[in-house]
Design a protein around this ligand. Structure first.
Ligand code: PGA
Length: 251
């Protein structure tokens, strides 16, 4: 089984000062919690300060997005090398807000996955269905397509760097968590799809996180599911105490 990972996606919710304070709280509280990979994903502008705040601890830093080109005329964008330089280890790619609010298509997400790995970052590739797709019975077809296209031309060796996050769009920021059984069903399907693409051993070792209204009250039950290897936490990661309680549940 892969080590579980709890990542906090702070989205556009922390100023620099708030990000540093939150990171210092997690760093101090995480000291006594072993056996879980902890990743903080602040807004780009706070990455460097957060990386400094957690330096020397086991807490890692991730970005919420990046561009697929390495350099050039891409106003407002950030490259993998820039993220590495300020202390990032991970990068979230294909988050549902990027897909649905900013129109990121599979081809772009796939380019980002390749660019992140070539740039030495570990991608957390998000997949997940919309409510209408779930209700129409399309969940598996949607997830399968997102995995096939998002991971297009990503070979076995590169795939070892990738974490998958299952984030049903209807559960993100809504307070409506997937029932543990619902999450497990999709996670098992993701593992089966990875097995088809990469073989059994890689599928078994791949880390599949759940995200969508995870909180201290539901974390343990979600993490008990055999194919849930961690959580990607939005709202509840903005309170240090809640985030650490979730990390504790994953340990
Ligand atoms: P949430 O966000 O925990 O606030 O639902 C999760 C995410 O978007 O990664």
């Amino acid at each position: 089984m892969p080590t579980s990972m709890v990542a906090g996606n702070w989205k556009m919710n922390t100023t620099l000062a708030q990000a540093v304070e939150l990171a210092a709280g997690v760093r101090d509280g995480a000291g006594s919690l072993a056996g879980v990979d902890i990743v903080l994903c602040p807004p780009h502008i706070s990455l460097q300060a957060v990386a400094e705040a957690v330096r020397g601890s086991a807490v890692k830093v991730g970005a919420q997005n990046m561009h697929f080109e390495t350099t050039g005329a891409f106003t407002g964008e950030i490259s993998s090398a820039m993220l590495k330089e300020v202390g990032c280890t991970y990068v979230i790619l294909g988050h549902s807000e990027r897909r649905h609010l900013f129109g990121e298509a599979e081809t772009m997400i796939n380019k980002k996955v390749h660019a992140a790995i070539s740039g030495g970052l570990l991608p957390i590739l998000c997949v997940g269905e919309l409510l209408g797709q779930r209700e129409a019975g399309e969940t598996e077809a949607v997830i399968e397509r997102q995995l096939q296209e998002g991971l297009s031309q990503v070979g076995v060796e590169k795939m070892a760097a990738v974490t998958i996050a299952y984030e049903p769009c209807w559960a993100i920021g809504t307070g409506k968590t997937a029932a543990p059984q619902q999450a497990q069903e999709v996670h098992a399907f993701i593992r089966k799809t990875l097995e088809g693409l990469y073989g059994r051993s890689l599928a078994q070792e791949s880390r599949i996180q759940y995200g969508g209204s995870a909180n201290p009250g539901n974390a343990a039950e979600l993490l008990e599911q055999p194919d849930v290897d961690g959580l990607l936490v939005g709202g509840a990661s903005l309170k240090g105490k809640d985030f650490l309680a979730i990390v504790d549940a994953a340990g």
